[in-house]
Design a protein around this ligand. Sequence first.
Ligand code: XMP
Length: 521
Amino acid sequence: TILILDFGSQTSHLIARRIREFGIYCELLPCTQKMADLHFKPKGIILSGSPYSVYDSDAPRVDPAVFESDVPVLGICYGLQEMTKLMGGKVEACEHREYGYAMLDIHRFPDHPFADKLLQGIQGPAEVWMSHGDQVTGAAENFLVIGTTGTAPFAAVVHKDKPFFGIQLHPELTHTACGKDVLRNFVTSICQASPSWTMESFVEKEIARIQQIVGPTGRVIGAVSGGVDSTVAAKLMHEAIGDRFHAILVDNGVMRLDECANVKKMLVDKMGINLKIADASDLFLDRLAGVTDPEKKRKIIGNTFIEVFEAEAAIVDKECGGEIEYLLQGTLYPDVIESISFKGPSATIKTHHNVGGLLEDMKLKLIEPLRELFKDEVRELGRILGLDDELVWRHPFPGPGIAIRVLGEVTREQVQIARLADHIYIEEIKKGGYYRQISQAYAALLPIKAVGVMGDKRTYEQVIALRAVETTDFMSADVMIGAEWFLTLKRISSRIINEVKGVNRVVYDISSKPPATIEWE
Ligand code: XMP
């Protein structure tokens, strides 16, 4: 295991992702982690970047014990500065914050082959990405300089006798083309970690772990949504305990077209999972009547979901003699990272997680088989478990569903219009072969009317906005563009206007995130 200590940089989780991509297991823990309390012995430790300055009075500090064993350490950006300061070197503010590309010159030490290991195989000058306000201006004693840039005389350093490395550049970003090699050199050649983290081995271990936790008679209940995470989690659970896993699908009235029937086909007919569909669409839609505020919509849907799920779970529990002990949740690693961050969860822009209150009064114990995994690992796991490609690569869909894609008041009629337009949109995206390239696409129904002409009649109807974005982490996103794509959009527009009653105009949203968000509400 490689340990990554997170000092709060926006990109710390990317370090973990890169290392997992090499098939090497790593854990990201808050920088406040004490070495003495660690539950495993790491083969190497990486110190991440940080928004702080090492001289800030409230700056996060590394446990000096990190440097007291012979475990290799790699400090990245703040990590390098923190290491330098701790060992008596000098760190100062740059005159101008450096943000962007720089050329890294590499210095080799033929008499000291260990020093060359970090940048082995990398040709200098190499294009690297810098993002820092402070930098090392005097290396600590016994450090050799293995990399410099025009503005950073200590861009990469190594201790003469100990396996301590530091780099100012960001190897976790794809902008740094040699970044993967730097990280790979560190974890394989310096830490000697072996690639044993595969989804195949994960399946075996996780199924055994679930069986052990749940025991030979215990039962588990969990909500499914038709999305990748809950379906993969359900499939894994079914493999482990068969019919003792009970899935519940709550129809909240704002799901995609024919979603319940499709989930039933997939989970029940194909996978043989024990599924109960709770049609609560009227309850949800009645409670949403007259509500236009997006956060209020989220709250109503979140709370109603909990209420319905709890009631259904109680019925299922009664039916099987009160043997349900566990609640399955498809929590992923990024949520775990966020919840353990030393800064606390980041500022709420939208309340995305709407099942948080579920456990409090249900007296169930939580089981989270995906909590160590990144999204791409979950997709790979789904593939290994034999799920259809269509499901494995499905776009994410928000919990509040079409309610936040019908702008303004949510009525049954408005939901149906948005649903039909969305269905046509996604169908055409798949036909055109764009589905995998796009990370998320949907149709939103705007609460405004526009004038149009159909035959020789004037129309006065609503507007559909189409959105399609490309992103890897959904924190920032680019709009999908391209000449061919625009021709496809034109075709989609005419299909929607012809086939969906109540719509006479289609627009394409060309805003990036930030400053826009992916959803309109
Ligand atoms: P935004 O709109 O914040 O969306 O750029 C980022 C990602 O989160 C999804 N999203 C939600 N998911 N409940 C969810 O489960 C929500 O309330 C919610 N709001 C946004 C959005 O679809 C995108 O993938």
